[in-house]
Design a binder for this molecule. Structure first.
Ligand code: GDP
Length: 316
């Protein structure tokens, strides 16, 4: 841990991607700090456009950047919108990281994802597994773009001495998730599908794949808290995994969802849908050494996530 924590007080902190699930959690968490939070609407500044991004940085002069702008989605979205996932995520990483460098940003936090690790890397996934093997094909375009972001952060640190860091969160869930029936991640998809099955009195509900893959789930407000902790206390060149260190099978998870939404019908599996990577558990020992651990249990987080789903704005 750095001897002197990075001073956030009074700083202008830009949250890129503040409307997304992670960005909005970062804004909620930063509201508890004495900082000036900067955000931009896509209609004002398109972060996919380098010139617009540079102009905005020159004018707004953020001192700290939290890069949570990304095109994200579940296994089906990643697998079918492959060009959009690689193009947009590469562009967002390149534009924001370079503009931060050119405009003298003091500290930048880049958010990746646990899918950057090779499909068959030893579990739990250690940070040094990066680039040791083939990626999971369903999300390779997204992973390649995120790996490029991690490597940019490393390169700017080594060439210019920039205090830029990279965090790799596990599967996240919580308020502000995307509940699209096809393009969402498993947590939001199942909350919605189980809720609708309960409302309709459906005798059974379908879960994709075989139910055997294992996944780790972190409540997004815990992720935001870890980000602020590491922003203050971490300033190293290697990535840091952010997770709970515990995983469960999709079948076990489906039972947690059924309990959360009080659905009592049958759970059936649809093996025509992909399973994706068999397991994706993060090794969180580096994070623990840096003094942070997840607080929200899956049961508790799922209650909060279900409440947020019920209270969400229509059409989201
Ligand atoms: P991944 O962690 O990148 O594979 O992303 P997802 O969150 O989309 O999927 C996690 C796991 O949940 C995969 O094994 C999916 O097959 C499984 N799963 C089960 N039902 C669903 C569903 O309705 N939507 C999604 N996205 N995944 C599902």
């Amino acid at each position: 841990m750095a001897a002197v924590p990075f001073e956030l007080k009074g700083k202008k902190v830009f949250v890129a991607g503040h409307r997304g699930m992670v960005g909005s959690a970062l804004v909620r968490r930063l509201a508890r700090e004495d900082v000036d939070i900067l955000t931009v609407q896509r209609s004002e500044v398109d972060l996919l456009n380098q010139a617009e991004t540079n102009r905005w940085f020159e004018k707004a002069r953020p001192q700290v950047v939290l890069h949570a702008a990304a095109k994200v989605g579940g296994i089906h979205a990643n697998n079918t919108l492959r060009a959009e996932f690689i193009y947009e995520n590469l562009q967002l990483a390149a534009n924001v990281i370079h503009a931060a460098h050119v405009n003298g940003v003091e500290k930048l936090l880049f958010l990746g994802s646990s899918c950057i690790y090779p499909k068959l890397a030893p579990q739990p996934l250690r940070e040094d597994s990066l680039l040791t093997g083939e990626l999971e094909p369903t999300n390779e375009p997204y992973a390649i773009a995120k790996i490029a972001g991690v490597k940019m952060v490393e390169a700017y640190r080594s060439q210019y001495g920039s205090d830029f860091i990279s965090l790799m969160p596990t599967n996240l869930y919580g308020p502000g998730d995307n509940y699209h029936p096809e393009y969402s991640h498993v947590v939001a998809a199942l909350i919605r599908r189980f809720h609708e099955a309960k409302e309709a009195g459906a005798p059974s509900v379908a879960v994709w794949g075989t139910g055997t893959p294992r996944r780790e789930f972190l409540y997004v407000d815990d992720m935001a808290d870890a980000s602020i902790h590491l922003l203050r206390h971490y300033s190293g060149g290697t990535l840091v995994n952010v997770g709970t260190g515990e995983d469960i099978t999709i079948a076990e998870f489906a039972r947690v969802v059924a309990k959360t939404v009080s659905y009592t019908g049958e759970i059936v599996y649809d093996p025509s849908r992909p399973d994706g990577t068999p397991r994706k558990l993060l090794d969180v020992s580096r994070l623990a050494e840096l003094g942070w651990k997840a607080r929200t249990s899956l049961e508790e987080g799922m209650k909060l996530a279900y409440r947020a789903f019920l209270e969400r704005k229509p059409g989201t």
